[in-house]
Write a protein that binds this ligand. Structure first.
Ligand code: NAP
Length: 261
């Protein structure tokens, strides 16, 4: 009988966006580690360091480093450390997003210039900043995958999602442009557009529980998704099965996106 070989064994990846045990990034990291991947995990600042170190203690030999994705110097330092530690990288998971609280409620037309720039910088530009630095390391392993997380608010209007919807629309366009740019280096770039999951980031969106209820009522599967299910699809994209897929936004939302009303 053939033994099952873990799909990500001998692979090394960087995961950005773990805040706590509810983070989608953590679900993906844990699943990838269980499949044998060696992982570098970053935390945004000292406030989260303890959390991330405690979580990472459950996986084998993680590399933990700070990385505020809006800070070029920190990004450079992170990639210097990754260069020193790994022969190359096989995947990068980008799961960071942020908008100021006042920009996640009230009228979208009240979004401030500073709030718009902040949301776009953390949630969208950071993918470009990471991809540029990761490309040489991904190339060294013969290519690899960059994966980010989006939401249907990129395409349709959800109450209070506001500037984050615009940032996600730009993020999905960024996925396509990066895929075109990096494809010749055999680097694939994709997004998972996930259904709503109760996380720290989600708790910043007023009325999030109404969105959850709506998925339970109207999604074809009559429910939203779990972080573990998102992680399963992520593993497919990060592993060998994902090798022909690039420039794609995969809906992982119980079918909700298919509905008109
Ligand atoms: P989460 O656990 O709160 O993760 C968001 C992460 O982004 C946190 O680790 C957060 O750190 C980090 N972040 C914010 N600003 C950063 C910065 N300047 N530098 C580095 N990291 C920064 O929430 P999540 O729901 O798992 O979010 C992960 C991704 O999934 C996000 O892109 C989100 O938009 C997307 N997504 C979520 C849902 C959902 O319903 N939860 C659905 C679809 C897509 P701090 O906690 O310090 O801010």
């Amino acid at each position: 009988m053939a033994l099952k070989v873990p799909v990500l064994s001998t692979r090394a990846g960087l995961v950005v966006g773990v805040a706590n045990q509810r983070s989608i990034a953590w679900a993906i990291a844990r699943a990838a580690a269980l499949e044998g991947a060696a992982l570098a995990i970053t935390y945004q600042n000292e406030r989260l360091e303890d959390n991330v170190r405690k979580l990472a203690a459950s996986i084998a030999d993680p590399f933990i480093a700070p990385c505020d994705v809006t800070d070029d110097a920190q990004l450079d330092k992170l990639f210097e450390a990754l260069e020193a530690r790994y022969q190359g990288l096989d995947f990068v998971v980008h799961a960071a997003a942020f908008a100021e609280r006042p920009d996640l409620e009230g009228r979208f037309s009240d979004t401030t210039r500073a709030g718009f720039q902040k949301a776009m910088d953390v949630s969208t530009y950071s993918l470009i900043a990471l991809a540029r630095r990761a490309a040489p390391l991904l190339e060294r392993t013969g290519g690899g995958t960059i994966l980010t997380l989006s939401y249907l608010g990129a395409e349709r209007v959800f109450p209070n999602y506001n500037v984050m919807g615009v940032a996600k629309a730009a993020l999905e366009a960024t996925v396509r442009y990066l895929a075109a740019d990096l494809g010749p280096q055999n680097i694939r770039v994709n997004a998972i557009s996930a259904g709503p999951v109760k996380t720290l980031a989600a708790s910043g969106i007023p009325g999030f529980s109404t969105i959850l209820d709506t998925y339970r009522e109207r999604a074809p599967l009559r429910r939203t998704v779990t972080s573990a299910e998102i992680a399963d699809v992520a593993l497919m994209l990060l592993g060998p099965a994902g090798r022909p897929i690039s420039g794609e936004v995969i809906m992982v939302d119980g079918g909700f996106h298919a509905m008109g009303i």
